[in-house]
Every structure is written in structure tokens, then in C-alpha cells.
Design a protein around this ligand. Structure first.
Ligand code: ZN
Length: 441
């Protein structure tokens, strides 16, 4: 058994596994042991790109177990010398356990088409270095192999060829990998992938590969890869980076960095373990773009969890029932709720301190339509900070968190407190006020 350890860029791993599989089918026909390849580890490696910039990339560590070549009476084919009259020296292929470090290739090449078995030196296409377990070795011309082994050497040669193919495929892949990435492809930076993913998420939400398969839509990972390709290869620009996109990408990046710096926790699962590796990466191979991009929706879930945890500790009821409040808030959740009454949007705010109310109180607001940012036709999004003017509908508690339900003419008033204290208007009957979001529930 011979084991090769190969570090692959994830995009190349599939090609390696497919090639080993193909060689496995060949091995079955030859009746030799079947090679196995599996990804045993996932790690990061530094590599220096064509521009001399050293970055870290994620790599798959693949172990290929190739069976030892078959031998006879302790003898096996260790290397083959091909003697082409057009070339100044022989071409060397080697079998398992043989490499330039264990064999003097220069001597071999210089040996010429000599056969130590019959003691002649004449023009031969191929000679073999035949080795014994005890270290003896002998150069045998291809036409003398049958006499040397006492059997037809064709199966031995076929097995040798097969092993050499495994070795070469592995070598090619290894050359493609980070160690050999001399003029490698341009890999997007982690920050760029996160920015593109945040842009995608805020524009269209997130479609997992599974959901894409079910619905026939394109997955977010695919769209992000396509967008990155256009940015890197065609010089397309990110849309004038929206502050919400930049903030979300940066937060997710910070979360990943913190994850990478923290120790593994028991039972955290493979997904988080992989994100932890990506937290140490500066450059992202195409095969990991979707996974890294999914850090955006994952971070949002994590952020919601943290906010909910904090609000559960800090939240106090705000204002008087039916009283008017003006308060600075951050949007901590936007959810679409379907009921018998139709679709409504549930906004959760957390107070930020400002006005007459302390920080860390939870406010809840049901609206029949999506709210807009003050003075804008852009939607009010999670993470947006704004002042609001609202009427308190009730004080309640949900899963241990004190909540103030607001309604009736809640106004999004923007980055500064509302100018003058407004008189609360009497609620109009029927349609009319665009902000009147209460569904009557
Ligand atoms: Zn001979």
C-alpha cells in the first residue's frame, strides 16, 4: 500500500476523486487492488499568487491509497526507462515507493539501454529497474523480462502503468493546488464574497441549493458566483456600496473572524466547523463561495438570537397605553405573517435610548404593508436605525420578553427626533392612512 497526501483546491477535488474512480475501474479489470481517495481534512494554506501577494486559501486534504504494484518472488518493477534516440537521456517513470529522493535518477538516465540480465547493450525502446525486497536491483531490457521472471510480464507491466497513471494524476492535481498555483486563477477575497452575498441577500433573500432544486430557481450561491465572475473577469462593479450592504458584510466578517479565533465547541456541527475554517481564509476558491455566502443568512439568524437574548434581559414596557411615544429604535426583525386576515408584516424594534425611554426595550408593530425609510422609497430593513412616533396599543410578554405593542399611525421619522410634538390624530375609519397597519386583530 502506498499513500499519497494531496492538497487540492476544492474545485480540483472532484476531478481528483473522479480520476481515482476511473482508475479504480481499470484496477478492477486488471484484478489489482482498487485505489481509494477521500477528503480527510479541510484546512488553510498560504500561497503566493502571480502578483507576489501571499494569501491564505482553503484546501481539501485528500488521501489516495494506491495498492503496491504486484511483484513476483520478491521482485517488482520499480522504474521504467524509455530510450528515445531523439532525446539525450532516458525518460523515467517510477513505481510505488520510488521517487527522485529514493532513487538516483541521474545515474539511471545515464545507464543507457543496458540489460544486466543478458549483459548486452543494444538499442532498446524500454528497460526496467527491477528491485527485490532485500534491496538488490537490476536493469532488465523489456524483451528479457519474460526470461527474468519466468512468466509473461504483461500483467506486471499493466499494473506498473496503472500505478504510474495514479501517480501522475495525483501529481497534476498537486501541481494545480495551492503549492503549484504559480499563475493561479484570481480568487475573490473573503470581504468581496461577503459583500456580494450581502447585496444578494438584501435584494432577493436567500435561496439555498436545496430550495433552488425544489423550486427550479437559481440558488443564491450560483448567482453570487456569477456576479463574482463578472466583477473579477469583466470588471463589473458592485453597486455603489449601500451602507446596509457594507454593514452586513462587515458584521458577518467580524463574526467569522471571531469564530475562527474561538475554540471548537462540542457538537457544533460540520457547518460551523467549515465556517470556522473560512474565517481564517483571505481568498476563496469558487467551490467555497456558496458556503461562505451562506454566512450572511447564518449571521442574521445569530444576530437575531443575540438580540432576542439581550432583549429578554433588558426589556421594560414603554409608555402608557393609548399614549404617544417618540423613540429612537433599531429594526431587529421583519417577518411576514399570513393569517385569516391576510398578510401582515411584523416589525420588531429595540429602543436605543433617546427620547424619554431607556435602551433595550422591545417594541412590536404589525403593518399591512412594508415600511419605508423616512423620506425614501427604500424599504426599512433589519439593522436600520431610525426615530419613530407611535401610539402604544398594549403591554405584553412573549417568551419571557416584555413587549410594547405599538400601532395606529406609527411614523418612521428618520435620523433625528420628530421636530414638534404632534397631536395624535383620531384614527380615521376605513382606508386612508397608509400607516394604519392594524389588522383589527
Ligand atoms: Zn537482456
Amino acid at each position: 500500500m502506498e499513500t499519497l497526501r494531496i492538497e487540492c483546491l476544492p474545485g480540483d477535488t472532484r476531478a481528483l476523486l473522479a480520476e481515482v474512480d476511473r482508475l479504480g475501474r481499470k484496477a478492477r479489470r486488471l484484478g489489482v487492488e482498487i485505489p481509494l481517495a477521500r477528503v480527510v481534512e479541510w484546512t488553510t494554506r498560504a500561497y503566493t499568487d502571480a502578483g507576489g501577494v501571499t494569501r491564505s486559501v482553503s484546501v481539501d486534504v485528500v488521501m489516495v491509497t494506491a495498492p503496491a504494484v504486484i511483484g513476483l518472488s520478491g521482485w517488482h518493477l520499480a522504474a521504467r526507462l524509455e530510450h528515445d534516440p531523439a532525446l539525450p537521456e532516458a525518460l523515467v517513470s517510477c513505481g510505488p515507493g520510488v521517487s527522485e529522493t529514493t532513487l538516483n535518477f541521474a545515474d539511471l538516465r545515464a545507464a543507457g539501454p543496458r540489460c544486466d540480465h543478458c549483459g548486452t547493450r543494444r538499442r532498446r525502446a524500454e528497460t526496467y529497474l527491477v528491485r527485490h525486497h532485500d534491496g538488490r536491483q537490476i536493469l532488465v531490457g523489456s524483451t528479457c523480462l519474460e526470461d527474468f521472471f519466468g512468466i509473461d510480464p504483461a500483467p506486471l507491466i499493466a499494473a506498473f502503468d496503472w500505478w504510474w497513471a495514479v501517480h501522475q494524476v495525483s501529481q497534476e492535481i498537486a501541481d494545480l493546488g495551492p503549492a503549484g498555483l504559480r499563475a493561479g486563477p484570481r480568487l475573490p477575497s473573503r470581504a468581496l464574497v461577503l459583500a456580494v452575498a450581502a447585496e444578494e441577500y438584501l435584494s432577493y433573500g436567500w435561496t439555498s441549493s436545496e430550495a433552488a432544486y425544489q423550486s427550479g430557481r437559481a440558488s443564491s450561491a450560483l448567482l453570487i458566483r456569477e456576479r463574482l465572475r463578472k466583477i473579477l473577469d469583466e470588471g463589473e462593479h458592485l453597486r455603489g456600496l449601500d451602507p446596509a450592504v457594507a454593514r452586513l458584510a462587515e458584521e458577518a466578517g467580524d463574526w467569522l473572524s471571531a469564530l475562527a479565533a474561538s475554540p471548537e465547541t462540542e457538537g457544533e456541527g460540520e457547518y460551523i466547523a467549515k465556517l470556522r475554517v473560512l474565517g481564517r481564509v483571505d481568498a476563496v476558491p469558487a467551490a467555497h463561495v456558496g458556503l461562505l455566502g451562506s454566512a450572511i443568512p447564518s449571521w442574521i439568524r445569530e444576530r437575531r438570537r443575540r438580540v432576542a437574548e439581550r432583549l429578554a434581559r433588558t426589556s421594560q414596557h414603554v409608555g402608557e397605553i393609548k399614549g404617544r411615544i417618540e423613540v429612537r429604535v433599531v429594526v431587529v426583525g421583519v417577518a411576514t405573517v399570513e393569517s385569516h386576515f391576510g398578510v401582515s408584516h411584523l416589525y420588531t424594534f429595540a429602543t436605543l435610548g433617546g427620547g424619554d425611554y431607556p435602551e433595550g426595550a422591545a417594541l412590536k408593530y404589525f403593518s399591512s404593508r412594508r415600511l419605508l425609510r423616512a423620506g425614501s422609497d427604500a424599504l426599512l430593513e433589519e439593522g436600520d436605525e431610525t426615530w419613530i412616533a407611535a401610539t402604544v396599543k398594549g403591554h405584553g410578554e412573549f417568551r419571557g420578553t416584555r413587549e410594547t405593542v405599538i400601532t395606529r399611525g406609527t411614523a418612521i421619522t428618520g435620523p433625528t427626533p420628530p421636530p414638534a410634538p404632534k397631536r395624535p390624530r383620531a384614527p380615521r375609519k376605513g382606508k386612508g392612512s397608509v400607516e394604519a397597519g392594524a389588522t383589527g386583530a
